[in-house]
Design a protein around this ligand. Structure first.
Ligand SMILES: Nc1ncnc2c1ncn2[C@@H]1O[C@H](COP(=O)(O)OP(=O)(O)OP(=O)(O)O)[C@@H](O)[C@H]1O
Length: 456
């Protein structure tokens, strides 16, 4: 077991470069046919008593990260340090002690209780697992913990089906807290509950963590939940953290287009407040075949255009979306578009001219005819011609070669937006737009220095 700092001043939880890849196998010999990169290099720090949110759409790897951190599933790479100790090196007894100190609260309280056991028995169970032999003592602790979460000690004799959803989640919280952990990993703790009780359970979680100096890693797709409870937040997309920092800073001044889009999709209380249209379109790509460069570029509302074309921002984004769709195997059914045009005109599909199919395709993908830049228009026209002629691959190749965004060229690096001094409260984000902004700043500094030199 190794400790990089003394356990007293090390963060409670320090996750570095965490990976969880699932092998995709095929054939009799289980040959590896690929990998699902569910978690792909995640850094995360949780200090004692602190609440940190992990947010992102469904499928971005939040639950997998939680399970790998707690070693419920073995990570395939990276380190997880708990109070300075490397959890990935723990032997069985050390892992058992860790499981007491770090508890997991599941989303669905119904399936996490054995219907044949009383609530008291279930809540006391972790104490028995940890070796507490005295049954009466276990019962007393279970009862007092039930009271702590706002239930009655007599609820210990009730059965799961007798409790409401909110009561069951309180009981699940009691079961996690009965062993007095330092860290609670709460995976979508309120999303299975009625809206009316969600706020109660969140309020309880917030109160308990302050009373018990409990650290909480709160996993949620719901930004409002994280805003309510957390001090800091990490935003995950397709296995990676794309932005992190204090909640007020990340939500108040989001630096990553994905965070901006997630925030824009939050319901807002005042419909008169105008917000830019940065809705998330399309599905999260497969973690088995993530996009090159910035993984968000295929859906990014702010994807950077290639140099050399004078395209209106919205035209460029539509062109990019069209190209990405075309790049996916058999994703544009030209035959169906041709048949649609034929039906519209009451003619045979074979009698529909190629130009008419191209126009229908442009309509389908909101691509203006012509594009504002004549050179770009010539390329699009050529690609559409190939597509309609049945050569999808050539069409995709033409567009990919000419309209490649700088966002696809490399993975953006994580930038510290407050400078090095901010430490653990730093607001960080990984986006090529920030690289461009920083390069422009550097140019300004050079120009200023040049102007000063020539003045001297
Ligand atoms: N056992 C597994 N084998 C292969 N792929 C898996 C396995 N478990 C999860 N995945 C994949 O890993 C990715 C991340 O899934 P995960 O459940 O962690 O996401 P999530 O953000 O927690 O989503 P949700 O909120 O829907 O649970 C998904 O693409 C999922 O299909």
């Amino acid at each position: 077991m190794t400790a990089d700092r003394s356990s007293a001043d090390a963060p409670l939880l320090a996750v570095r470069g965490l990976e969880k890849h699932y092998r995709l196998t095929e054939g009799f010999w289980n040959r590896e046919a690929g990998r699902v990169r569910a978690v792909d290099g995640v850094d995360l720090t949780v200090e004692r008593g602190e609440a940190v949110g992990l947010v992102g759409e469904s499928g971005c790897g939040k639950s997998t990260a939680a399970r790998a951190i707690l070693r419920i599933d073995e990570p395939t790479g990276g380190t997880v340090r708990f109070r300075g100790e490397d959890v990935t090196e723990y032997d069985r007894p050390a892992l058992k002690r860790f499981r007491r100190r770090a508890q997991l609260l599941f989303q669905d309280p119904t399936s996490s209780f054995d219907p044949r056991r009383s609530i008291g028995e279930s809540v006391a169970e972790p104490l028995a697992v940890q070796g507490m032999a005295d049954r009466a003592r276990r019962r007393r602790l279970a009862e007092s913990t039930l009271e702590r979460v706002g239930l009655d000690r007599r609820d210990a004799d009730r059965y799961p089906h007798e409790l409401s959803g909110g009561e069951k989640q309180r009981a699940a919280l009691a079961r996690a807290l009965v062993v007095d952990p330092d860290l609670l990993v709460a995976d979508e703790p309120v999303s299975a509950l009625d809206a009316s009780v969600q706020a109660d359970v969140l309020g309880l979680l917030d109160r308990l963590r302050r009373e018990l100096d409990l650290a909480v890693l709160l996993i949620s797709h719901d930004l409002a939940v994280v805003r309510e409870v957390c001090d800091r937040v990490a935003v995950m997309y397709l296995g990676e953290v794309v932005e992190s920092g204090p909640v007020e800073s990340v939500f108040g001044d989001p630096q990553h287009p994905y965070t901006r889009a997630l925030l824009a999709s939050m319901p807002i209380p005042d419909p008169r407040v105008e917000r830019p249209d940065v809705r998330l379109r399309g599905e999260v790509p497969s973690a088995a075949d993530p996009p090159d460069g910035c993984r968000f570029h295929t859906r990014c509302p702010e994807v950077i255009p290639p140099e050399g074309y004078d395209l209106d921002g919205e035209d460029w984004r539509r062109l990019h979306r069209f190209r990405i769709r075309l790049g996916r195997e058999s994703s544009i059914d030209v035959g169906a578009v041709r048949e649609y045009v034929a039906a519209e005109r009451g003619v045979d599909p074979d009698d529909v001219a190629s130009e008419a199919v191209q126009t229908a395709l442009r309509r389908e993908f909101d691509l203006p005819e012509p594009l504002s830049d004549p050179d770009a228009e010539a390329v699009l026209d050529r690609a559409l011609g190939r597509l309609v002629a049945g050569d999808d691959a050539a069409a995709a190749e033409v567009l990919a070669r000419v309209f490649r965004s700088p966002c696809e060229a490399s993975s953006p690096r994580m930038r510290d937006l407050d400078g090095e001094s901010a430490g653990r409260d730093a607001h960080t984000a990984a986006c090529h737009l920030l690289d461009e902004a920083s390069a422009a700043d550097a140019d300004d500094v050079d120009r200023d220095a040049g102007a000063r030199d020539s003045a001297d």
